[in-house]
Write a protein that binds this ligand. Structure first.
Ligand code: NAD
Length: 273
């Protein structure tokens, strides 16, 4: 039901997943189980979220074959070195109860530390050792990606960046796609605040008999973005999954594009950390 996107290393990733940022560690297992029962097969977590154990427990108890699941985690900002990148992945695998993840990301480039190139070389080695099927980055700007291109031999499979109708990131998405890097959109519905009350979305949603959240998620899908909205509420988890049985027109997509205000929710990648 959920389409996949083929990454530049041949690995297929479901275009819709479930994000677990800000889900309480003690609740994560139940929330991930609810998502798996709904049909989600792609989970996006991170060392920083402190809830990898709950993700792992839900996976173990689900009985779903490992090869039907796609699990992403991300290196914490205090792990920027070749060896720490590998050591911290092994610690994640212990917490997740897995022998490999599907995607491992550098969470933030941390340009002030200036160690993301060396860290990326650790990622290349982790992939060679089979601890992750794909490797990618998050919150990288073109100047960070350009350095990886010049100083290392692997192009990231994905760049996970903040994207929603208030920050459509046209230039960075275009850069990614010209370099064979898939775009993952974080906070895809703008964390639900303000954005979903905009009149443009209400008008389209009303015409299609959908919710504003479904319209925004569908806009991402039609742009080719990979998304993993988060919710603690089962009805919303289910609603966010029902986005493959309708389409936006080209005019709808263009109208939502025009909502761009270059307005971030999160940190600027050059400042974070
Ligand atoms: P999101 O855009 O997914 O919004 C989640 C919030 O929107 C929920 O807490 C809820 O309040 C609301 N919501 C969810 N479904 C709704 C619906 N159907 N109708 C109305 N409101 C709804 O925000 P997010 O959690 O920040 O981002 C999604 C995922 O992206 C995260 O869980 C995480 O996996 C990832 N992420 C990554 C980074 C990064 O730096 N790489 C940063 C932030 C988030």
């Amino acid at each position: 039901m959920v389409p996949t996107i083929k990454l530049n290393d041949g690995v297929e990733i479901p275009q819709l997943g479930f994000g677990v940022f800000q889900i309480e560690p003690g609740q994560t297992s139940d929330k991930v189980k609810a998502a798996l029962n709904t049909g989600y097969r792609h989970i996006d977590t991170a060392q920083m979220y402190g809830n990898e154990e709950g993700v792992g427990r839900a996976i173990a108890e689900s009985g779903i074959p490992r090869d039907e699941l796609f699990v992403t985690t991300k290196l914490n900002n205090d792990g920027h070195s070749h060896d720490d990148a590998i050591k911290k992945l092994d610690e994640s695998l212990d917490r997740l109860g897995l022998d490999h993840v599907d995607l491992y990301l550098i969470h933030w480039p941390q340009p002030k530390q200036d160690r993301y190139v060396e860290t990326w070389q650790g990622f290349e080695d982790a992939k060679k050792a089979g601890r992750t099927r794909s490797i990618g980055v998050s919150n990288f700007n073109p100047e960070h990606l350009a350095r990886l291109a010049v100083e290392t031999s692997t192009v990231p499979s994905v760049n996970q960046i903040e994207v929603h109708p208030h920050l459509i990131q046209a230039a960075l998405r275009d850069y990614n796609s010209r370099h064979g890097i898939a775009t993952e959109a974080w906070s895809p519905i703008g964390q639900g605040k303000g954005l979903l009350e905009e009149q443009t979305l209400a008008t389209i949603a009303q015409r299609l008999g959908r919710s504003p959240a479904q319209v925004v998620l569908r806009w991402h899908i039609q742009h080719g973005n990979i998304v993993f909205p988060k919710s603690n509420t089962l009805s919303r988890v289910q609603e966010n999954f029902q986005i493959f049985d309708f389409e936006l027109t080209g005019d709808d997509v263009a109208a939502i594009d025009r909502m761009n205000a270059d307005r971030r929710i999160g940190a600027d990648p050059n400042d974070a950390g």
